[in-house]
Design a protein around this ligand. Structure first.
Ligand code: PGA
Length: 253
């Protein structure tokens, strides 16, 4: 059984004080004894104060990006070891906004996955097609390429320890969600590709999240799909009530 995972991607939102307030609200409502693994991914300057605020809770900390070099003269960059030392267990890698606005490609994603694992972080590797690619019916080709190159520096055993987030770009921040059937179709494809390349055991273990306008109203139907192991939540994770409702929707399965 794969434990469900809900990760909140705060993107570039919240000051330190606002972030601490949101965490306080989340912890106040967080379901005791839940079997859901929950991660929050705030911006870099909020990591340490939020790590401290999460100390007595089971909610985990993640970052939104990482640089792949270990250290050196790379102004503005943050290494995987630094994230680890700031209390992170997870890091989002290759989010479509990184790919779109910061020119990240699949090779950069591969280097970042390697760096994250080497530092003891669990990467959440984001993949997903753009609208024109869906219209051109090349979804599987795009996802296959992102998977193949992105994971090219990992061993089979390492593959099952990462998390994949399938996020169709046309569904991110648009209010338009893939239907549960559309999402399941791609999740199933991803798992079958992992099976083909890395074997059944690793395919059975790896967690594949769905992301793209997940809200309390659509979460349960998405998480009920057999190959959807939770969600990467953007907009709705900035509201404690909605975020908790999404965690609860994952639990009800
Ligand atoms: P959204 O973002 O939930 O606001 O669509 C998801 C994401 O970008 O991870």
């Amino acid at each position: 059984m794969r434990a469900k995972l809900i990760a909140g991607n705060w993107k570039m939102h919240k000051s330190v004080d606002q972030g601490l307030e949101l965490i306080a609200q989340i912890l106040e409502q967080y379901p005791a004894g839940t079997n859901i693994e929950t991660v929050v991914c705030p911006p870099f300057p909020l990591l340490v104060p939020i790590r401290d605020a999460l100390k007595r809770s089971s909610v985990k900390l993640g970052a939104q990006d990482v640089y792949y070099r270990k250290e050196g003269a790379f102004t503005g960059q943050v290494s995987a070891a630094m994230l680890r030392s700031a209390g992170c267990q997870y890091v989002i890698v290759g989010h479509s906004e990184r790919r779109q606005y910061f020119n990240e490609d699949d090779n950069t994603v591969a280097l970042k996955l390697r760096a994250a694992l080497d530092a003891g972080l669990t990467p959440i590797m984001c993949i997903g097609e753009r609208l024109e690619e869906r219209k051109a019916k090349v979804v599987f080709d795009v996802v296959d390429r992102q998977l193949r190159i992105g994971m090219s520096a990992l061993s089979a055993a390492e593959v099952s320890s990462i998390v994949i987030a399938y996020e169709p770009v046309w569904a991110i921040g648009t209010g338009e969600t893939a239907t549960p059937a559309q999402a399941q179709e791609v999740h199933q494809f991803i798992r079958s590709e992992i099976n083909r390349r890395y074997g059944l055991e690793n395919a059975g273990k790896i967690r594949i999240l769905y992301g793209g306008s997940v809200k309390p109203g659509n979460a349960a139907a998405l998480f009920a799909m057999p190959d959807i192991d939770g969600g990467l939540i953007g907009g709705a994770c900035l509201n404690a009530i909605e975020f908790i409702q999404i965690v609860q929707a994952a639990e009800q399965k």
